[in-house]
Write a protein that binds this ligand. Structure first.
Ligand code: PMV
Length: 409
């Protein structure tokens, strides 16, 4: 039976430190402003996708985290597929086209994230990046095709996951010019450490797609943000990254996150993605920086309550971790390793003792009477670093087995 090889890819999550919010062109996903992100290491967070085409399947199917999702009527997927097919050079496809049998080929796409979907951890970014990367293998997309522009049609922020390290999405003016470019590879500044403090793993109330267009239509602040604030800030950010100037980079990222959430609050009806725990984490970061006398920690929040915290190196990350674990303790129902999976790697008796004084100073700065009431306010804390772009995996890593191919009619 005519069946192609199975292709499997993995793709990373990216976290914007200059946010994208709002489209100028909702069809082509041309954003109101350029944006810039870190790519997170796939050792900790990733999407994985396997694809295969066969004439034996009755219909094309997409299975995401074990659940069958809409395929034929999913406009984003259809747009992506159409563009991939325009650039296809795979023999099976070109022959099928010649023989007018393209429609007989149906796809099976199986995809998994190893983190909670839609929890504000940008699963759509890694998901669409991974899907396009896998389809590009299946269809053998011609060399020189800018896959970031195709990923952008899946989900805007997905285009930034195409590269490792520090990546800008240049807003551009049309399909070809609205693409991702690498500002610096992960090796340029590999000491950066990231903590993700998960305040909720639930699905968000207002999707970024509808939230951002409500902001475009109703927020005056967003107009100023896109036309005046971001263009300047993006250039400053680019320089801060190239110069490895942590304090400037973190300062700009925190300002940008604050400004993005102000625009959400300025939207009619107002959108609030951050919650009480998010604001507590912001206060802890500010208190830490104040006690240290310079900016040694930064935060950024996407369209959800989870905090992405970043530090210049392991020493400052560990200092902050000692503070965070003390001020927002795990719930009594959790173990240390459930709360912070890398507990045994980073938290030793030493760490608590070593930073005892600093923790006390931050606690004083926050004017906290007790940390008891904060118990369990965070669901869990993840640790990661800046990492590389998507990869093609070996056949034996596939999410699709031969049995699947035989049985999935
Ligand atoms: O690509 P989308 O539609 O999921 O939008 C993402 C928007 C933010 O995550 C809030 C910001 C960004 O630049 O990633």
């Amino acid at each position: 039976m005519p069946v192609t090889n199975v292709y499997t890819t993995i793709a990373p999550v990216n976290i914007a430190i200059i946010k994208y919010w709002g489209k100028k062109d909702t069809k082509l996903h041309i954003p109101l402003n350029s944006s810039l992100s870190f790519t997170l290491s796939m050792n900790d967070l990733k999407s994985k996708t396997s694809v295969v085409a066969s004439t034996e399947f009755e219909q094309s199917r997409l299975i995401l985290n074990g659940v069958s999702e809409e395929f034929e009527n999913n406009k984003r997927i259809q747009n992506v597929l159409q563009l991939i097919q325009q650039h296809a050079t795979a023999q099976w496809y070109t022959e099928a086209k010649k023989n007018n049998t393209v429609d007989q080929y149906k796809l099976l796409i199986v995809s998994e994230n190893n983190f909670p979907t839609a929890a504000g951890l940008a699963s759509s970014a890694s998901g669409y990046c991974c899907l396009v990367y896998a389809l590009a293998q299946l269809y053998q997309v011609e060399k020189g095709t800018d896959l970031s522009t195709i990923m952008r049609l899946g989900s805007g922020s997905a285009c930034r996951s195409l590269y490792g390290g520090f990546v800008a999405w240049e807003m551009g003016t049309d399909h070809a010019s609205s693409n991702a470019v690498q500002v610096a590879p992960e090796s340029h500044w590999s000491t950066i450490q990231i903590l993700i403090a998960v305040a909720s793993a639930d699905k968000k109330a207002v999707s970024s797609t509808s939230g951002m267009q409500d902001s475009v239509n109703t927020s005056e602040k967003l107009k100023v943000r896109a036309s005046e604030i971001v263009p300047k800030r993006l250039e400053q950010m680019r320089l801060a990254i190239l110069n490895k100037d942590f304090a400037t980079m973190a300062d700009l990222a925190m300002k940008d996150s604050d400004n993005f959430h102000e625009c959400c609050a300025d939207t009619k009806p107002p959108i609030y993605y951050m919650n009480e725990t998010s604001h507590l984490v912001v206060r802890i970061v500010n208190a830490y920086n104040k006690v240290k006398g310079t900016i040694q920690g930064g935060y950024t929040f996407d369209a959800g309550p989870n905090a992405v915290l970043f530090f210049e190196n392991q020493d400052t990350m560990k200092e902050f971790l000692a503070i965070l674990l003390h001020i927002i303790p795990r719930s009594d129902k959790q173990t240390d390793a459930e709360y912070f999976p890398k507990y045994n790697l980073f938290v030793t008796l030493d760490l608590k003792e070593q930073h005892k004084q600093l923790v006390q100073q931050v606690e004083k700065e926050l004017n906290l009477e007790s940390t008891e009431e904060n118990k369990g306010k965070l669901r869990f804390i993840l640790h990661t670093t800046v990492g590389s772009g998507p990869q093609v995996l070996d056949e034996k890593e596939s999410l699709i087995t031969n049995m699947d191919i035989l049985q999935r009619k």
